[in-house]
Design a protein around this ligand. Structure first.
Ligand code: FAD
Length: 504
């Protein structure tokens, strides 16, 4: 029997947030896109706590922001942490960043089965040929480039799809990511295992923090507590890999025991039963080791989302990195399909930005995990955290809000700002940032040591980008003289869907 062969501009493998984003952003530019998803949606996935940049940035560019808003997901205004030596929980609010100021100072806690389906249905609506129950087996390639994939449909028939570009968005279980940059590099630092399940209710933090993610550190690791609905709470434990065997043997008992050993979380669930509705009736286990690749593209193929990289979930960065990386990839693909001459330049831009954003989270998380620091290491005078409007806190919030990339297209519309202020705002923030440097140098903590987190190069960089970001944000869109992220780099077009050469 002959293999059926079809032709497309782009084939996207996987229909999670990364795949839907890449496919939609390419189809919006009028190209022919095939998306192959092995499961039938709605399907279960972990990763329920989102960041504002996804909700107000990427979803807006994809034209699905309003539909997501109408879905009734729990509004998330920030995060509450019991982290470090101090027994008191502290919190950050997205509203603390001027860039995330109302009305975009929130995200959602989502049931991923519903959220991912909204994104996938939107892809279909803008013209993506979405086929579920279709599993990609491998890529078609010659010495020059990747030229397509082979896949099997629901009835097991083998098919071929040829395309100018293949986007691997098939998640952490990708079977084709090795076609680009060889095997994954695993972080030595983040090698944890997660065990998670659901309760049919649970107490909520006091308003307005009732939709916050609550992360509580305890002896063996940390727990997340995510309010999904009034009658549904996601609770997961992240512990070291040494506990893996015991957890695998009996996940339910291990999950219960870990919750019981963390009073801050246990006390939110007095007598609350475990959820019995599918798919929330199961306790699941996932290795959540962080990994990275040496390359994220080769001619004809690009990796996005968990297929490309993953970083520890405590700051809820997974879906942000997945959708942002997919948007970056779509820009390169769109520019390539539109005939831009230098393919390496397009995809190097994607890779540099993606790597940079991942790196910011990774470096920050290393400091965040330093459990020997109390929370003053993250926020000065942390208990007053929600009352203090300091620039270092803003930088933190921008990072955890997914805006550290400085990508103007991810910010929400600018508010109540008159034109002409942009340069001033940028200068103000730059000044604040250098003031902070001086303050850091002056202020020892109670042990007479300087705060290591704010000395980190990462944080300095976040401040610098914050200045650029602020400047652009006041206009609610990119400025004409937007500078590239690196010398000779490209900048996003106004609709956020392609690259523009600022030198031309
Ligand atoms: P996925 O969502 O995994 O989608 C990939 C899709 O590809 C799937 O639908 C799959 O069926 C399909 N597929 C796979 N192989 C094939 C194939 N061969 N052919 C066709 N289709 C295929 N992120 C957050 O933002 N917030 C959180 O609070 C959060 N918590 C987390 C907690 C834990 C314990 C872990 C492990 C992760 C967490 N994450 C969180 C991360 C988040 O789950 C992922 O980053 C996110 O789901 C990545 O999206 P994706 O589109 O890349 O992949």
């Amino acid at each position: 029997e002959r293999t059926a062969v079809e032709e497309f501009d782009v084939v996207v493998v996987g229909g999670g947030p990364a795949g839907s984003t890449a496919a939609t952003a390419v189809a919006l530019r009028g190209h022919r896109v095939l998306l192959l998803e092995q499961q039938t949606f709605p399907r279960y996935q972990i990763g329920e706590s989102l960041l504002p940049s996804t909700v107000h940035g990427v979803c807006r560019i994809l034209g699905v922001e309003e539909e997501v808003a109408r879905a009734g997901f729990k509004t998330k205004r920030g995060g509450t942490f019991r982290w470090g030596r101090n027994p008191e929980p502290w919190q950050f609010s997205f509203a603390l960043s001027p860039r995330l100021a109302d009305p975009t100072s929130f995200a959602y806690q989502v049931e991923r089965s519903r959220f991912d389906k909204i994104l996938l249905d939107n892809a279909r609506r803008v013209g993506v040929d979405v086929r579920e129950g279709c599993r990609v087996k491998g890529v078609l390639a010659d010495e020059e480039r990747v030229r397509g994939v082979n896949w099997t449909g629901p009835s097991g028939e083998i098919r071929e799809a040829r395309a100018r570009y293949v986007v691997d968005a098939s998640g952490n279980g990708s079977r084709i990511h090795g076609e680009v940059g060889g095997s994954r590099t695993y972080s030595d630092f983040f090698r944890n295992i997660a065990v998670f399940g659901y309760f049919a209710g649970g107490a909520r933090l006091p308003v307005p923090n009732d939709g916050n993610i609550f992360c509580a550190a305890f002896d063996e690791g940390w727990l997340w507590y995510i309010p999904l609905r009034d009658d549904l709470t996601s609770v997961g434990a992240v512990v070291s890999r040494e506990s893996a065997a015991a957890i695998q043997r009996d996940p339910v008992t291990a999950w219960r025991r870990l919750i019981d050993s963390c009073p801050e979380v246990r006390d939110l669930l007095p007598g609350v039963p475990q959820a019995t509705e599918a798919p929330y009736d199961q306790v699941r286990v996932r290795k959540d080791w962080s990994y990275w690749k040496t390359r994220l593209w080769r001619p004809g193929m690009v990796l996005v989302g968990d297929a490309a990289c993953f970083v520890d979930p405590v700051l809820s960065s997974g879906v942000h990195l997945a959708t942002y990386g997919a948007l970056l990839a779509a820009r390169s693909v769109n520019s390539g399909l539109a005939g831009a001459p230098d393919e390496s330049r397009l995809f190097d831009e994607f890779e540099a930005r993606y790597r940079h954003e991942y790196g910011l989270f990774h470096e920050f998380l290393v400091s965040f995990y330093d459990m020997h620091q109390d929370e003053r290491s993250y926020f000065w005078k942390a208990r007053k955290v929600t009352h203090v409007d300091t620039s270092e806190l803003e930088a933190f919030v921008e990072l955890v809000g997914g805006l550290a990339s400085g990508d103007a297209s991810l910010g929400g519309p600018g508010q109540s700002v008159q034109s002409g202020q942009s340069g001033q705002a940028g200068a103000r923030l730059a000044a604040a940032s250098s003031e902070l440097d001086e303050a850091v140098a002056r202020l020892p903590d109670s042990a007479g040591l300087r705060n290591p987190l704010f000395e980190a190069a990462t944080i300095r960089q976040v401040f610098q980008e914050g200045a650029v970001l602020q400047e652009r944000g006041v206009f609610g869109g990119p400025l004409e003289d937007e500078t590239p992220q690196r010398p000779g780099g490209l900048v996003a077009s106004e609709d956020g869907l392609t690259w523009v050469d600022p030198g031309r």
